[in-house]
Design a binder for this molecule. Structure first.
Ligand code: ADP
Length: 407
């Protein structure tokens, strides 16, 4: 893309504030260095172009406020249709904001066209120029540089994305993953002050995506690039980003580091989206009663609708169930374990994952939940080999794989 602004420092550190004699005519509340998004609303339709007004339209982004300081990589994570791309496009200037503001370094970008924002864009399909070779594609946005500087920058970027020596290759000979690497190098070449990536890996198959997510993170770190990265895949968001903003139905639910988000989801909805598999009233579970309340803003809260959220690796088989256990799979013992019926087991990632049917405390005894439990904790009566289908076992939440959330 064409860059019209001078290239900022790529050290990753906040840039020194520029001396500015002209007062900002339209200061944005809470502005700081980097990107500031304030109460942004994006709507589609509803204006009845060229004819009568039709319907109120779709509100794709319903009032989002967000900051991305220089050098940070922020993932926008949420289910399909929740408004991630619309927000990204509004930041880019590709979509008008119905209300609210987008600012960079405290300057409102309203009225600043896409090509004058100094932002880079990268999409799911890299949209390479087929008639240019790899180097020609990477050099696209830096045509104004002297030749030697341009060539040096192309060489540097191909190295950053793991394609050293690929400059003369025709893009038609590249694999899907290589194409996206070229697209990344091209979007980084002009040193955008902000790089906006819209599902850049989602057209690739799973294994390649995992690899490229790691490489993408490295490339963004190595170049000190400030970036907003849209994805519906939480593993990908956690791999690439410094902070993750979880979106649902046009709103932000939580913004936190991957670790904090995982350990303290702000709500059941966030936890569900991260892959937590079941929820139990916290006071009905020993683990739920003992777990720290790690949520950030729980101080004025009485705990009455707290839930123990059981993560994908948050349930353990702690023993086989004896003949004295109640029949029907609904009994829970006083020791904080629940009786479960084994449905099947598979060995994955170094552990037996046992699918069980279990009636959770507080749930309808007629509708057991089907959950995955890891085998064995080193406790008595372990089931490390994976018990047979139909076997009755005791399961218990493992606090290390659980969190307490609000209902
Ligand atoms: P996501 O990126 O999270 O999948 P989008 O931002 O693409 O979500 O879409 C959010 C909502 O806005 C969806 O309901 C979608 O159908 C709607 N939408 C997106 N683009 C348009 C458009 N150009 N015209 C009308 N509705 C749109």
């Amino acid at each position: 893309m064409v860059q019209t602004d001078p290239a900022p420092s790529r050290t990753g550190a906040p840039e020194p504030s520029r001396p500015d004699a002209v007062p900002d005519p339209d200061p944005v509340p809470g502005e700081g260095a980097g990107l500031a998004v304030r109460d942004v609303v994006v709507r589609y339709g509803g204006h009845g172009t060229g004819g009568a007004r039709t319907d109120p339209g779709t509100t794709a982004v319903a009032g989002v406020t967000l900051d991305v300081p220089p050098g940070e990589v922020l993932a926008l994570l949420g289910p399909s249709g929740c408004g991630k791309s619309s927000l990204l496009r509004a930041v880019a200037g590709l979509e008008p904001v119905a209300s609210g503001a987008v600012a960079w370094d405290g300057r409102d970008l309203a009225g600043v066209p896409v090509h004058r924002r100094g932002f880079g864009l990268m999409f799911q399909e890299g949209q390479l120029f087929p008639h240019r070779d790899v180097a020609g594609n990477v050099a696209y946005g830096i045509a104004g540089l002297p030749r030697a500087a341009r060539d040096a920058r192309v060489t540097e970027l191909l190295d950053v994305v793991g394609l050293a020596g690929y400059g003369r290759r025709a893009v038609a000979t590249l694999s899907g993953g290589e194409r996206q690497r070229v697209a990344l190098a091209r979007s980084l070449a002009p040193r955008p002050r902000l790089l906006l990536l819209d599902e850049p890996l989602s057209a690739l198959d799973r294994g390649l995506r995992e690899r490229l997510a790691l490489d993408l993170r490295e490339a963004l770190r190595a170049t000190g690039t400030t970036a907003v990265f849209v994805t519906h895949d939480h593993d990908e968001a956690f791999t690439v980003a410094d902070r993750v903003a979880v979106m649902d139905a046009g709103r932000l639910l939580q913004v936190a580091s991957p670790e904090d988000l995982w350990r303290a989801p702000a709500s059941r909805r966030v936890a569900e989206f991260l892959g937590y598999q079941a929820f139990v009233p916290a006071e009905l579970s020993a683990a739920g009663r003992s777990l720290d309340r790690r949520g950030a803003d729980n101080s004025a809260y009485d705990g009455s609708d707290e839930l123990l959220a059981i993560g994908p690796r948050g349930l353990r088989v702690v023993g086989t169930s004896g003949a004295s256990d109640a029949q029907g799979g609904s009994a829970s013992s006083g020791a904080g374990t629940w009786v479960a019926t084994v449905v099947g087991s598979v060995f994955r990632r170094g552990a037996a994952e046992i699918t069980v049917d279990v009636v959770l405390p507080g749930a309808d005894p007629g509708s057991p939940a089907r959950l995955v439990a890891l085998a064995g904790t080193g406790g008595s009566g372990g089931a490390d080999e994976g018990p047979e289908p139909g076997a009755r076992v005791h399961v218990a939440p493992d606090p290390a794989g659980c969190a307490v959330v609000r209902g």
